[in-house]
Design a protein around this ligand. Structure first.
Ligand code: F6P
Length: 543
């Protein structure tokens, strides 16, 4: 792959910088005043998702300059490379084949491997759902406990929790990720060893949290009189030899290729808990929705292309408006785990400081992604969004059709629109002052209160309206964000598919763990040594 000069030295980047300067003083309200039909123009629809980007500081000129930026970054070529299975993950010399999991693989052999893996996964899921899988004592399996973390947990957890009313009564599917064993203990308090199967979900089959929980699970099974552990375990991994060595039977090892990134693995055998809880058909619907978004991403022109619009406007906000964070605000209880999922997808993909060629970057990259289900957030952090000193671009997510009580859905929808509109419109201080005077406040009181009640407005947001809270729409939404991440990574010239940073923390934890168990700690800094000394130190919360 040819070495590309840094994007911030390009003419397109300089033109966007100049364009940003020209925006000085132009507010979102000005943009709507100049073009009242703006809201009818600045949207794009695909795969059951309507993206309204009109509440962004962008004009046709902006989009034209972002198109030039995309051309400078060779976005079309990089998009083709992704789908062609080129080594877009340069530091690990790998392709990123998550789209192939729901579409066509670039290589027939890999395609066959993916199809076989999916078929085995769906067959095992169906056998569990049909009660055909028995435990060591011959009893039907009633509970599946999924042990995984990060990309081996967040995707399946999000989808299973999104449609609780469609989950099978048996087996019940549970999740435990954390190294804190109270997470697993809480799950096991509701399970019985003879009717419980554990899923050891780890692409590397070497993640401390998952293997530690797996050991606890094994002890729990043995304590419950189960000696044939193999009948109570399934593995999902890229390292079948490690799963076999751990004691998993071959017919219970589901595999995914190394070319699937952990945070992109929901569509692979990692989706096993989804197929168990919701059934193979719903897993297939999820993939179909993602595939529809893939097709749209590959074929739609930039100005009608949802992932390209979302990704390029993110670059515009991060690099030219210096908004370093983004809130994800789903007005759907079933999507309450979406912010967690997107945190890993976007921050582990875009939290990079060097380009693919290793050169250090002189501009901001990945935004800090956070959020919560709504309307809960309105009673928690919206005060900062509305009157804080920082501008936080938000992605509002809502369903067009009721996924809950129709009257409550109407109120949810109204709140979603109200928040994005209020962030944009704000509340003018002078108008407030008049209101307060008319209400009988003195001039001084009115002036004082108006200063506190003024809402500055001019805060940008996207609104994504899902046709329905359905698996296909969720699949399309997740694929939209995957491709928006890829667009941003291409513009910045970074690798969206490695995560070297997290390795250092893992190594440090292992060494400090040894020190807590007695190894020499003298080389550590005084803070770490003092904190080590607090470990297991006597004391109470009232000290
Ligand atoms: O956080 C680092 C990471 O490797 C993630 O990328 C991954 O999703 C998670 O840990 C779990 O990894 P594994 O599936 O190999 O257990």
């Amino acid at each position: 792959m040819t070495q590309r000069s840094s994007i911030d030295s390009s003419a397109a980047w300089r033109a966007l910088s100049a364009h940003r300067t020209s925006f000085a003083g132009t507010t979102l309200n000005d943009l709507f005043a100049a073009d009242p039909a703006r809201g009818e123009r600045c949207h794009a629809t695909a795969a059951g998702i309507y993206l309204d980007y009109s509440k962004n500081h962008c004009t046709d000129t902006t989009l034209g300059l972002l198109e030039e930026l995309a051309a400078t970054a060779e976005l079309p070529r990089q998009l083709a490379a992704l789908f062609a299975g080129a080594p877009v993950n340069r530091s690990e010399q790998r392709a990123a084949l998550h789209p192939a999991l729901r579409g066509v693989a670039p290589d027939a052999a890999i395609g066959r491997e993916m199809e076989q893996s999916r078929a085995r996964m769906l067959a095992l899921a169906q056998a569990l759902r049909a009660g055909e899988i028995r435990g060591a004592t011959g009893q039907v399996i009633t509970d599946l406990v999924h042990l995984g973390i990060g990309g081996s947990d967040l995707g399946p957890r999000l989808v299973v929790s999104a449609f609780p009313e469609r989950c099978a009564v048996s087996p019940r599917v549970h999740f435990a990720a954390n190294l804190d064993s109270s997470a697993l203990a809480g799950v096991l308090s509701r399970c019985v060893p003879a009717t419980t199967v554990f899923v050891l979900a780890s692409k590397s089959f070497s993640t401390l949290e998952t293997l530690s929980n797996a050991d606890l699970a094994q002890r729990w099974l043995r304590a419950g009189g189960i000696t044939d552990i193999g009948k109570h375990c399934v593995a999902i991994t890229s390292k079948p030899e490690r799963a076999r060595a751990w004691g998993i039977d071959d017919d219970r090892i589901l595999t995914l290729g190394e070319w699937i990134g952990g945070r992109y693995s929901l569509w692979s055998a990692m989706g096993f808990p989804v197929a168990v809880a919701l059934g193979p058909d719903i897993f297939t619907e999820l993939l179909a929705g993602a595939q529809a978004m893939d097709q749209h991403f590959r074929t739609a022109s930039l100005r009608t292309n949802l992932p390209m619009l979302h990704g390029l406007l993110s670059v515009w906000q991060i690099n030219f408006w210096h908004h370093g964070t983004r809130a994800v605000l789903p007005y759907v209880h079933g999507l309450r785990h979406l912010p967690d999922y997107l945190q890993q997808l976007m921050m582990e993909s875009l939290g990079k400081r060097v380009a693919q060629d290793g050169s250090e970057l002189a501009f901001q990259t990945g935004a800090i992604i956070w959020g919560s289900e709504e309307t809960n957030g309105q009673h928690s952090f919206h005060q900062l969004l509305l009157q804080g000193t920082q501008t936080v671009p938000a992605d509002f997510i809502v369903t067009a059709t009721p996924h809950c009580d129709a009257e409550q859905h109407r109120l949810l929808y109204a709140n979603c629109l109200a928040q994005s509109r209020t962030l944009m419109m704000g509340q003018d201080r002078a108008a407030l002052e008049k209101e307060l005077l008319a209400a009988g406040h003195s001039g001084a009181e009115a002036a004082f209160l108006a200063r506190h009640r003024e809402v500055p407005g001019d805060r940008p947001s996207n609104t994504l309206v899902l046709a329905a809270h359905e698996p296909a729409c969720l699949g399309a939404l997740l694929a939209l964000y995957e491709h928006s991440v890829y667009v941003q990574s291409v513009i910045w010239g970074i690798n969206a598919f490695d995560q070297w940073g997290v390795e250092l923390g893992k190594q440090a934890a292992s060494a400090i763990g040894a020190a807590l168990a007695g190894a020499d700690a003298s080389a550590y800094d005084s803070s770490t040594r003092a904190l080590m000394a607090r470990w297991n130190s006597a004391g109470s919360c009232s000290d």
